[in-house]
Design a binder for this molecule. Structure first.
Ligand code: AMP
Length: 401
């Protein structure tokens, strides 16, 4: 964190900030924002620049348009929303470069914002295109990246555009928080004990996360579909449970088990499991030991002993990270484990622990219980958070250092 400049290192008086944000927010059919966390978290950066009488040009993407204009993906719906939040003129440009944008940029006054149209309407955004970046760079004096959610992607506005700003580039305050909080886990600087809970279904994308984080944490809990590959390798019976199988990961999982479960007990797997034959709310369920799931049955949620076991570890922790549900929480039959974990993390946070939660499904599970506001920090980037947790500096951050 020492080497990277933030907006606090600059004075924006009479300067134009080219501010890359991630306003890829969830919306309903009427284009009403259903979760504005990403915008809320970007406000401190905007206010800092405007308070110094600077101008802001906002660059963002929204959804996955087919690299051309599509009114369903236009950012125009954000204009009234931003005005309500900031009470300053919000100008809008229907393009990101070219004559119309030049005109709007020239007309922009100190203390005002110009929002450019969805940058993903340009195929160049995903092509690391120097010319496109150069055209954009003409509009700003200082480049600011506050788009944590896309900082793991090799896109033009995050990894090529900053190259045109020499030393006049920095990260915003949202990005600063994400880096600082993730560092508690990546470098083990958080108060101990540090506990990390990983769930969800896809283990392959998280294997490097496990290998990296286990060095810095006191407890690594594995739940959900992530646990079955481990159980299988240990010789357990997992029936029809979900398993992301890949011959190449077996050896890695074996090494992790040998190193951390058998010898120093840092890796924790569920004890018992709730099983069913079908993904259905009305189907019959049973609780069995996790290594004895009968044929045709699937493990779909933590059993009561697993909930108790995980909860005991969490409630003694001072720093907690959670990514991935511990069961098929979308169906009420299989949601008790995930709800219980959410509750115990919230209770431990109330007692003074720091909690960080990331990933769309995990945050959705918190919201279902109305607990999202009771977590210390919700990461604004699921994919970017997982990439950071592998111990790698994200491309969008590397370009600022
Ligand atoms: P991921 O994208 O890897 O974080 O996976 C999230 C998904 O994992 C959610 O939709 C959950 O329903 C699913 N999931 C969690 N536990 C299980 C399980 N035991 N069996 C099947 N799916 C699961």
């Amino acid at each position: 964190m020492n080497r990277i400049k933030t907006v606090n290192d600059f004075n924006f008086k009479n300067k134009t900030a080219l501010l890359r944000v991630d306003y890829n927010v969830p919306v309903n059919k009427q284009h009403i924002i259903t979760d504005d966390t990403r915008i809320q978290y970007s406000i401190p950066t905007i206010k800092k620049i405007l308070s110094e009488n600077g101008k802001i040009i906002l660059i963002s993407h929204f959804g996955r348009p087919k690299k051309k204009y599509d009114k369903n993906f236009s950012l125009k719906f954000l204009v009234p929303y931003l005005y309500k939040k900031l009470k300053v003129p919000i100008n809008f440009s229907k393009s990101c470069i070219g004559e119309e944008t030049n005109k709007k940029v020239n007309e922009l006054k100190n203390g005002e914002i110009l929002l450019l149209e969805n940058i993903r309407f340009y195929k160049e955004e995903e092509e690391r295109n120097e010319n496109f970046a150069f055209e954009l760079s003409k509009y700003g004096d200082i480049y600011v990246n506050d788009a944590f959610g896309v900082s793991h992607r090799l896109h033009t506005s995050t990894t090529v555009l900053p190259k045109f700003f020499g030393k006049k580039k920095c990260i915003g305050l949202l990005m600063k928080k994400e880096i600082q909080f993730l560092n508690k886990f990546i470098s083990g600087t958080g108060n101990k004990p540090i506990t990390i809970l990983l769930g969800g279904a896809k283990i392959i994308s998280k294997i490097k996360v496990i290998e990296n984080l286990i060095n810095f944490s006191n407890h690594l809990l594995i739940g959900g579909g992530m646990s079955y590959p481990f159980i299988k390798i240990k010789g357990g019976k997992i029936g029809n449970s979900i398993i992301e199988n890949d011959k190449n990961i077996e050896k890695t999982l074996k090494n992790i088990l040998d190193k951390y479960q058998n010898s120093n007990n840092r890796l924790h797997l569920p004890k018992d499991i709730l099983i069913a034959k079908y993904y259905d709310n009305k189907t019959k369920t049973k609780i069995v030991p996790i290594n004895s799931i009968p044929n045709e049955w699937m493990g779909l949620d933590l059993g009561p002993n697993s909930i108790k076991y995980f909860s005991k570890i969490i409630e003694k922790s001072k720093t907690i990270l959670w990514n991935g549900p511990v069961g098929v929480f979308e169906l009420s039959n299989f949601s008790l484990g995930t709800k219980s974990i959410a509750k115990i993390i919230v209770e431990t946070t109330k007692k003074g622990a720091f909690s960080l939660v990331g990933g769309g499904d995990t945050i959705a599970a918190l919201k279902m219980e109305g607990l999202d506001k009771k977590i210390s920090y919700l990461s604004t980037g699921g994919g970017a958070m997982l990439e950071s947790l592998k111990g790698e500096i994200l491309p969008g951050i590397k370009e600022i250092i």
